[in-house]
Design a protein. Structure first.
Length: 115
């Protein structure tokens, strides 16, 4: 069982930046993919970005060009660089990892963007 711990959330003004980190308790090298999801109040959890084992990335249209997902296998950590933040980016952000079977989730970190 791998534990995922997010950090880096907080309160920022619109147009600002934050970098989220997701630290894993074990190796992330073998994961098929790692993802960032977010859930705003009263809304369903949505996929924000993914990074696959070969390095390919995916972004939701709403964050394309503003967010960058990356990972450092040596540090067992995934990142989400968020620039040009908007109030509609306000949500709890969760990291997730896909091993051979199942999925791991972190506990989430709050991101609040003020207008």
């Amino acid at each position: 069982q791998v534990q995922l711990v997010e950090s880096g959330g907080g309160l920022v003004q619109a147009g600002g930046s934050l970098r989220l980190s997701c630290a894993a308790s074990g190796s992330i090298f073998s994961f098929n993919a790692m993802d960032w999801y977010r859930q705003a109040p009263g809304k369903q959890r949505e996929l924000v970005a993914s990074i696959f084992s070969g390095g390919t990335t995916y972004y939701a249209d709403s964050v394309k060009g503003r967010f960058t997902i990356s990972k450092d296998n040596a540090k067992n950590t995934m990142y989400l660089q968020m620039n040009s933040l908007k109030p509609e980016d306000t949500a709890v952000y969760y990291c997730s990892a896909v091993p051979v079977f199942g999925r791991y989730w972190g506990q989430g970190t709050q991101v609040t963007v003020s207008s």
